[in-house]
Design a protein around this ligand. Structure first.
Ligand SMILES: [Zn+2]
Length: 371
């Protein structure tokens, strides 16, 4: 249910008046940055009100403003937490300790807000989601991240890493046996991020194999990284002109909204590549965590800077002319760029993997540089 034409008219007329009346106390930006008299703003207010179970009339009056003042998570974070908390409740089963944090319904914004306050009090990361770490804190137990002998295999040697990797010599590995240059690529100068438009890394592996392509890594929906090749065996075919210099990862994401997994929904994201603001399926937070860690690992291993390319300060606005091999000898120098980039930086026909990973990468220490 959305707004009726009459409600929309009233909301658009009154929203600027309330904005003036509330003055510095006005918190409407928590719903939307759009102009107070716009349709966009009224619709965002309507959604915001629904998420808080308020009367959804699209009007940012004193009641809605008060409710927003008590809110600590952004509306996007709240809607994501509302999806994720029931997931973790089911996944953690008898281990679930969410009810010691709040007795509000687990799929409610009030529950997410309570988790947020709890996280804040325990100096945990604040996302309003009672996942494994927050759950352990609610038990008053220490959180032990899953450990094992995690490693990436390079030239037959296991190099330790801090995230879950199924390496080529482990059970369940998916290893490419063709579809790559046989020359080793032990030290890349570039790490290219892709999404796979598949429902699982297994199906991504099958598709690439069938097309005689390959990639160094695949990042599955649960955050597990599959290493597709020991780089001593060859240089994978995943990013056209830069394959001889680049490692890559295909991150699992079916992308199209129609392919949403309703039992475990992905956050809805905005593409933001070359001014295309299409809505797409985003990554699960487990995937973002794993990919960011892998980016750091690759840069540290290969000795390349932790940087991302941009044009006029806009990482989503780079075209492939910057990434083509440079004549006369077709020696690739990419205007000197080395670091981590998106597939769309290398190929004008590509949009993957969108811009959703960039905030996490920059927050973790990657810098944005002009190319
Ligand atoms: Zn790609």
């Amino acid at each position: 249910m959305s707004l009726t034409a009459a409600q929309m008219q009233t909301a658009r007329a009154n929203n600027p008046i309330y904005k003036t009346k509330l003055g510095a106390a006005w918190l409407g930006y928590k719903a939307s940055d759009a102009a107070a008299d716009s349709i966009e703003f009224a619709l965002a207010v309507h959604d915001f009100q629904l998420s808080l179970k308020l009367t959804a009339d699209g009007m940012w009056g004193p009641n809605t403003n008060d409710a927003a003042g008590k809110l600590t998570l952004t509306p996007n974070e709240v809607s994501y937490a509302i999806q994720r908390n029931p997931y973790w409740q089911a996944k953690l089963g008898s281990e679930w300790a969410g009810d010691s944090i709040s007795l509000e319904p687990v799929n409610s914004s009030l529950f997410a807000e309570a988790v947020y306050s709890f996280q804040l009090s325990k100096s945990l990361g604040t996302d309003g989601i009672c996942g494994p770490e927050t759950n352990a804190a609610a038990h008053d137990a220490e959180y032990h991240p899953p450990v094992g002998t995690e490693y990436i295999l390079v030239d037959g040697k296991p190099l330790p890493c801090s995230f879950k990797v199924v390496s080529p010599d482990e059970p369940g590995a998916m290893v490419f046996t063709s579809g790559f240059y046989p020359t080793p690529l032990l030290k890349p100068t570039l790490f290219v991020l892709h999404w796979d438009v598949c429902r699982s890394s297994r199906s991504c592996f099958d598709v690439l194999s069938a097309r005689n392509l390959s990639v160094q890594f695949m990042g599955d929906s649960d955050g597990t990284i599959y290493q597709g090749i020991d780089p001593v065996k060859g240089a994978c075919w995943h990013a056209g002109t830069v394959n001889r210099w680049a490692w890559g990862i295909e991150i699992c994401d079916p992308v199209y909204l129609r392919d949403q997994d309703t039992s475990h929904p992905r956050p809805i994201s905005t593409l933001r590549v070359r001014n295309d603001n299409s809505k797409i399926l985003g990554f699960y937070s487990e995937q973002i965590d794993a990919v960011v860690k892998l980016c750091h690992w690759v840069c540290e291993y290969a000795g390349i800077p932790k940087q991302l390319p941009a044009k006029r300060g806009k990482p989503g606005d780079v075209w492939n002319s910057y990434f083509a091999p440079q004549p006369p000898k077709y020696k690739w120098d990419v205007h000197g760029f080395t670091g981590v980039c998106a597939h769309f930086h290398q190929d004008d026909q590509k949009i993957d993997p969108g811009m959703e990973l960039w905030p996490a990468l920059t927050a973790s220490g990657f810098t944005i540089v002009e190319v």
